[in-house]
Design a protein around this ligand. Sequence first.
Ligand code: ZN
Ligand code: ZN
Ligand code: FE
Length: 762
Amino acid sequence: MTKTVQKTCHIVVTGLVQGVGFRPFVYRLAQRFMLTGRVENTNENVQIDITGDTLNIELFLQSLKSEAPPASRIEAIMVTESAFEKFADFSIRHSRNVSDEITEISPDIAVCSECMEDIAKAGTRFNYPFVNCTHCGPRFTIIQDLPYDREKTTMRSFKMCGSCNREYQTITDRRFHAQPTACEVCGPRYELIARNQEPIFDTVVILRRLALLLEKGGVVLMKGLGGMHIACDAFNVQATEKLRHLKKRDAKPFAVMFRDIGSLQQHVMIDETEKASLLSPRRPIVLLQVKPASEAKFAKNINSGLNLLGVLLPYMPFHYQLFQHLKTEAIVLTSGNFSSEPILIDNQEAVLKFSDYADAILLHNRDIFNRSDDSVVRISAGKERVFRRSRGYVPTPLHIGLNTDGILGFGAELTNCFCLGKGNKAILSQHIGDLQGVETTLFYEQTMAQFLKLFRVKPALLAVDMHPNYISTRTAEHFSGIPVVQVQHHHAHVAACMAEHNLDEKVIGVAFDGTGYGDDGNTWGSEFFVCDLNDYERVTHFDYIGMPGGDSASEEPWRMAVAWLYRVYGPTFKELPLSLFSEIEPGSIEVIIRMIDRQINTPLTCGAGRLFDAVSSIMGLCHKSTFQAEAPMRLESMVTENCSEPYPFEQKQTLFFDVTIKAIVDDLTRGVDLKIIASKFHNTIISVIFEAVNKIRQRNGICKVVLSGGVFQNKYLLEGTIIRLRENNFEVYAHVAVPSNDGGIALGQTAVAAKRRSLKCV
Ligand code: ZN
Ligand code: ZN
Ligand code: FE
């Protein structure tokens, strides 16, 4: 037998390799390939020292990559040969702090199938709803500091029992170093507080009682993974009405959790990509189209009669258990808060705020440290597009190919997220929300402080929106003595999409949204830029029009309808046969006309969202919005695939839609089907984008087009634009992992600041 060559290697693994069962996996591999040595977590990476047969080390390295645990994500494996060292065995060493660098923090992971099997088996996890293992369970929501150890999570207050501890110490066990591991004996528990009754602690009794309450039309507040939910039977009209009433000023469509993929498929249309998103361990809310036959079955007020419904599947053990006791196939699961406030996480606050409203309150005693809403995605052009990036996605960093270290992007005003630069990574915060309520602003400031501490970032450069009155912009003023970069809103949109795709060159940027502060003082939102990450040239945009009442026009689309009709037809527009005139007070319309004539509180806008608003109201689909983007959503929901015809428009220095509005009114007058009109309007916008972009290519020779802004959440528009541009040999980039809406702004700000710093412009 030939003697094989022995050597020692030092291996460094970076990426998402902590809290995902990576060390036990390394241990098992070392056993398999008869290697000795050690593995350890540092706050920087996972480090391995191994000694053994050269060939076996090769095989070990291959398997390290190809067999890595499902929840992990390896970024790099660096191998160096070191001085030969003899080890007695292979061991796992304790975590240690090395420097200010950090490994990634895992997002929360839906309960795995093995854990679901465990709760069906006799033992201390039988029916136990907090079961988890290294492949699943809470992560980001319970982590208070790094490195990831139980002592630095909200599980610290639970002392592991002997049996859990044995598993935790046993390298071959699925719960080896599973930080949140727990069982009936030692772990957290639920508590049900029903009206006028003693609290219940027994899981099975809780499940029965809760199921009964929901079946009878009750509305229940339930503590989940990243915050509280309010739940009720999705098919029960009285229950959903009660829920609507409870959330008063909030008319946003509710998300619906289905029992399983089978029951879901009976009610909504779903393709393979959508199915993959629904079943992924991230378990987002997926926006799907309701089957026509099911539209009547759901309580109408769930999604305000839209044909789009946000659906999701169970992700906590308790969700599965609840459905085992429920007859209904679907429950509404909407964020537990009053409108404009962040999702509740605190037990006492929940009792204080909801005792009078909810039929029961379900709490548990595992504290939530990092509040996270359910994430929302939609599949467009065959890809999952994240609209709300939170539970299951955050805090996965983005690699944007620039040095972002110490940059803090403050984000926009509505749908806020902020962004932290660390090394060459950008870490977007979870969805914060609309920075208008005091509570949300507090959440924003607290989360920012937590992120700075958790990721060990010292802010060196601040990036803010140009809007002087954004709360985010003003928050930056608290950080005195640190240089500030101002980034134009739509440049930030395009930069966010560029950063996501690692583009650092001149591109054609198209940013369509509702509103953003322009550097001429007007409200922008239909921008065609030639830009790079540093700067932009605004080539063209929709022609300006007065927005009577300023921001209130975005809540009352009829105001934009009046502005457009008055512009196109003059004072006689009131004689047109449109539903607008029977539904809106003539007096109110007169006021708007006077505001336009005298230019009182009528700032100029070119926001694409406002044009969608106007058309939606002219068509009689939505005169007053009860939730954000309602008018464009109603317009999109009318579109039919069988119409490719556009309306005319005019391309001059800017883009004119006077002829478009006229053609729409003509079609309405002739009684053309609203579906056709909606489709023709969408086709017009696709043509507008193509024509404008094509003109820029003819002039500049640039063929990379970057699409961003909330308007591109419109599936028909995004898909149509991508197809049209690709047919004409453009390279098209749209958002995937980062929201196209203002939730992505902070990433764009961070990227622009990073670029300008590298060019020494700041
Ligand atoms: Zn598990
Ligand atoms: Zn235990
Ligand atoms: Fe925007």
